[in-house]
Design a protein around this ligand. Structure first.
Ligand code: PEP
Ligand code: MN
Length: 331
């Protein structure tokens, strides 16, 4: 249940009420209490302080359309997605920052095509400890250089809570990877910044668990959350994962959060990325995350799925019309 308290309730009173009624307190325009969705009636002692009450079916509360039926807007400063914008945001770059020359070439590709957000990981959550683990802080500094030099926004991932402060400091958008989605240390820290957070769905995660992970960020005070479907594990082994487009429909129907799709990690092979990307955009979504590399064959991570620049240029030029056909604009 979500309870808007009257504006006359002081911050101290609101803290007391939150403790008394075992709820999370959100201090915003007006104080808001959030209890478990299992609570269906307001305690009588709370009634004099309550301005509005929202009974919810599940713990998808702040992200749910029962409470806020319209899609939330994420403002990146200069452009936005969600709300009434009908913008589909292109995000591209390599899986990992590997060197200055590699990331510079990717940044130049973004500038050439008018792509506003450069992606690349500095802390990589690899499946094997014996493979390239990312450049760490050095990688973040290279991304910072690209932002300054090319006027791009940077999205980079947080692998674990040891470097969360660094990533929040350097990134314009913080990516929480699929393997980190359940990490409450990360989620709670991301709640304390106002930077947009792109939360990837764990590959063995139900939609309910996925959106409840987002609730940790929202209920901690950061409403700038974007959901990212990146493929789930099924019985199929021919592709790396299975992109859950049915799940995307469900998220659109029941949540108020913008949704970005990542076909690169879903299929895991470059040959299918362009077709899938067009299918994603045709669903009317808020953005795409596509891995590109100047020379995918020598990429230090996710070599098989990254598009080379020619492939990306061709894909990019085909997406505008697809977006337009469903009332969106590729930005
Ligand atoms: C990535 O974006 O490079 C990545 C590691 O993605 P995921 O967390 O979805 O596996
Ligand atoms: Mn990758």
């Amino acid at each position: 249940m979500i309870i808007h308290l009257k504006k006359s309730v002081s911050p101290e009173q609101a803290i007391q009420l939150a403790e008394l009624h075992q709820s999370i307190l959100l201090q915003g325009e007006f104080p808001t209490l959030i209890t478990s969705s299992k609570v269906k009636t307001v305690d009588e002692s709370l009634v004099p302080y309550a301005e509005a009450i929202f009974v919810t079916d599940t713990d998808i509360q702040l992200a749910g359309k029962q409470y806020i039926p319209t899609k939330r807007t994420i403002d990146f400063g200069g452009f936005a997605i969600g709300g009434n914008t009908n913008n589909a945001l292109m995000i591209t770059g390599p899986c990992s920052v590997e060197s200055e020359s590699q990331i510079e070439q990717c940044a130049e590709l973004c500038v050439e095509l008018g792509v506003k957000v450069l992606r690349a990981g500095a802390y990589k959550p690899r499946t094997s400890p014996y493979t390239f683990q990312g450049l760490g802080l050095e990688g973040l500094k290279l991304l910072d250089k690209m932002r300054t030099k090319h006027g791009l926004q940077i999205i980079t991932e947080v692998r674990d809570s040891t470097h969360i402060e660094e990533v929040i400091e350097y990134a314009d958008i913080v990516q929480i990877g699929a393997k980190a989605m359940y990490d409450q240390g990360i989620l709670r820290k991301c709640a304390k910044t106002q930077k947009p957070v792109l939360l990837k769905r764990g590959f063995g995660t139900t939609l309910q668990e996925f959106v409840q992970a987002a609730e940790f960020v929202l209920s901690g005070g950061n409403f700038n959350v974007i959901l990212c479907e990146r493929g789930i594990r099924t019985f199929e082994t021919k592709t790396r994962f299975t992109l859950d487009l049915c799940g995307v429909s469900w998220l659109k129907q029941y949540t108020n959060l913008p949704i970005i799709l990542d076909p690169s990690h879903a299929i895991g092979y470059a040959y299918g990325v362009a077709d899938l990307a067009r299918a994603c955009v045709a669903m009317g979504i808020d953005g795409l995350l596509i891995e590109t590399h100047p020379n995918p064959k020598v990429a230090k991570s996710d070599a098989e799925q990254q598009l080379n620049f020619e492939e990306f240029r061709a894909l990019h030029s085909s997406l505008g019309k697809v977006a337009e056909a469903v009332g969106y604009r590729l930005i």
